[in-house]
Each structure stands twice: as structure tokens, then as C-alpha cells.
Design a protein. Structure first.
Lengths: 114, 113
């Protein structure tokens, strides 16, 4: 089960790009990297998922180097509403096995200031 | 389409009691997972069910149990409640296994007094 390490907190200002890096040195071949966002008293919300290189969607980009031992979530031009906790997860995609367990760490609390 | 719905939203129980939490997944989703989130920490995986079978179990005592019904809804049961069981209990549903995109409900806030 790959363990992830993220910064506990980050501060940013509105309009800036924010990059949150996650370390997962023990990532396995079948593991995917997934990022979630969580606001207080709400369930986590899926942001983006990737296996290698770069993935981009309408809200974020995910950069994964060739060795896959880390990943970086990039949020372009953040706003106050992006203040939340961001979780990096690493887990096996093969749902047919009980090895497919994802673990949330304690996440990164991002505070966006005006 | 409705998202993942959980009931009740809030619950207060006394130590030693038993509690049942309910979850209805998004229509068409056959996989349901349960998580416990203690204040200030990330969600901790409890169970995953897929097609009514247990597919994964986290490091929780046997006081925790769950099941999935033919309509893919699910219940989480916790017996002999302890103060430390106070947490936000989250249900997530997905189309396949646990590590595809999961959609979370708003959670049930359980307080044990």
C-alpha cells in the first residue's frame, strides 16, 4: 500500500497558480494517482486522476514524472473558493482484488487569500 | 440525477449503543465504499462492496460491519459504540472498483456521548 506525503498547508493569493506536490516513493506498477478536494463538512470531490506524464481537465493539471515517485497538482488562477483540503491518493486500479485499497493521508490545507 | 445520498445527516448515540448508517449510490453505480473521517484527519477506508460482495476491508475492529443490498444501497453498522467512534462517516459510490472516480455523499455526522 503506497504511502503518500504532502505538505500540511499552503497559502496563496487569488489569481496565482498553485502547485501541490505529493510524494509516493513506493508506488506500484498498477497504481493510479488521484486527487480529491474537500470543503468542511462535505464529502471529498474528485479533481483529477492520472497514471503517467501529464493529465489536464477543466479545473486542474496533474504532472507525473517518469519514475512516478511523485506527482504535482496544478491549480491555475486560484480563487477564494478554492480554499479547501486537497488529498493525494495512490491505489490499484484492479477492482477485482482486495489490494485495491486507497488511503487518504491528512491532505494539504490550501488557503487562498484576497 | 441524484448524487450519493446518506441518512441520517446527524446522529447522537450513547456509548455501548448500536448504530446503522445508510447510503444510496448514484444510479448505475455498483460499488460502494465506506470511510470514517475524524476531525482534522483524512478519511480512513472501512469497507468496499462491489456487486453485493465485500471487496476490501480497512483496519477497523469487528464492531464495524456492512452489507450491500440487491439495489446496491448499503448499510454500515457499528456495535458497542465508543467515544472514539465519533466522526463523519462517508459513503462513496463508483462504477467499478474503488480506485476509479468515486463520488462521495455529504456524510453522516455521528456523535457518541
Amino acid at each position: 500500500l503506497a504511502k503518500t506525503t504532502q505538505p500540511i498547508s499552503m497559502d496563496s493569493y487569488e489569481g496565482q497558480e498553485v502547485n501541490i506536490t505529493c510524494s509516493h516513493n513506493n508506488i506500484a506498477t498498477n497504481d493510479y494517482i488521484t486527487w480529491y478536494q474537500q470543503f468542511p463538512s462535505q464529502g471529498p470531490r474528485f479533481i483529477i486522476q492520472g497514471y503517467k506524464t501529464k493529465v489536464t481537465n477543466e479545473v486542474a493539471s496533474l504532472f507525473i514524472p517518469a519514475d512516478r515517485k511523485s506527482s504535482t497538482l496544478s491549480l491555475p488562477r486560484v480563487s477564494l473558493s478554492d480554499t479547501a483540503v486537497y488529498y493525494c491518493l495512490v491505489g490499484d486500479y484492479s477492482y477485482n482484488t482486495n489490494a485495491g485499497k486507497s488511503t487518504f493521508g491528512d491532505g494539504t490545507t490550501l488557503t487562498v487569500k484576497p | 440525477d441524484a448524487g450519493v445520498t446518506q441518512s441520517p445527516t446527524h446522529l447522537i448515540k450513547t456509548r455501548g449503543q448500536q448504530v446503522t448508517l445508510r447510503c444510496s449510490p448514484i444510479s448505475g453505480h455498483k460499488s460502494v465504499s465506506w470511510y470514517q473521517q475524524v476531525l482534522g484527519q483524512g478519511p480512513q477506508f472501512i469497507f468496499q462492496y462491489y456487486e453485493k460482495e465485500e471487496r476490501g476491508r480497512g483496519n477497523f475492529p469487528d464492531r464495524f460491519s456492512a452489507r450491500q443490498f440487491p439495489n446496491y444501497s448499503s448499510e454500515l453498522n457499528v456495535n458497542a459504540l465508543l467515544l472514539g467512534d465519533s466522526a463523519l462517516y462517508l459513503c462513496a459510490s463508483s462504477l467499478y472498483g474503488q480506485n476509479t472516480e468515486a463520488f462521495f455523499g455529504q456524510g453522516t455526522r455521528l456523535t457518541v456521548v
